[in-house]
Design a protein. Structure first.
Ligand SMILES: CC(C)(COP(=O)(O)OP(=O)(O)OC[C@H]1O[C@@H](n2cnc3c(N)ncnc32)[C@H](O)[C@@H]1OP(=O)(O)O)[C@@H](O)C(=O)NCCC(=O)NCCS
Length: 144
């Protein structure tokens, strides 16, 4: 299963927004605003593929010199639980390290906290609501 970085505005990017919409937004009756997507121009965009089909995705947004935020982690519904999410995280952590970041941070959905804990992330702080559902800030120091 090839995992690769993809470019903003390409065919792969449109596959990515479609997947994110299906998995992360539609179930909450939400959608992406154009301005929200425009801000992704400078993000590191990542997709897992099988031939031309996108199986899962995530992206990295710079916070500052040392910290980067993982966002929009999503795996196709019928393919969850097969290691795709963990492989995407491994790839994202390697890119973050190579880019010089020291810490990965995320707003994790409460339902996904167990997934990130398995990968060494810790909850910091209290539960809060984002996109209408409970979340926690989670983080992990990136080992070199
Ligand atoms: C959360 C998500 C990205 C995980 O990806 P995945 O491909 O299903 O996960 P993996 O198969 O790589 O799982 C890795 C490990 O985490 C565990 N795991 C997966 N999802 C989990 C969850 N929601 N809660 C607890 N553990 C979970 C798996 O059982 C597996 O454990 P193992 O190593 O002991 O076998 C995926 O299920 C998904 O897209 N969910 C819906 C959208 C979502 O919640 N995104 C995250 C937003 S913060």
């Amino acid at each position: 299963m090839p995992i690769k970085q993809i470019d903003f505005g390409t065919k792969e990017y449109h596959q990515m927004t479609k997947l994110r919409n299906e998995i992360l937004r539609k179930p909450l009756h939400l959608h992406f605003a154009k301005e929200e997507l425009e801000r992704e121009k400078n993000d590191i965009l990542i997709g897992a593929f099988e031939e031309d089909k996108m199986l899962g995705c995530c992206l990295l947004t710079r916070i500052d010199k040392s910290n980067v935020r993982l966002r929009q982690m999503a795996v196709q519904n019928n393919l969850q639980g097969r290691g795709i999410g963990a492989s995407l995280m491994n790839f994202a952590e390697n890119i973050a390290r190579d880019s010089g970041y020291k810490k990965m941070v995320m707003h994790a959905r409460k339902t996904a906290v167990g997934f990130y804990e398995k990968l060494g992330y810790n909850v910091v702080g209290n539960e809060f609501i984002e996109v209408s559902i409970p979340h926690f800030v989670m983080e992990k120091k990136l080992k070199f």
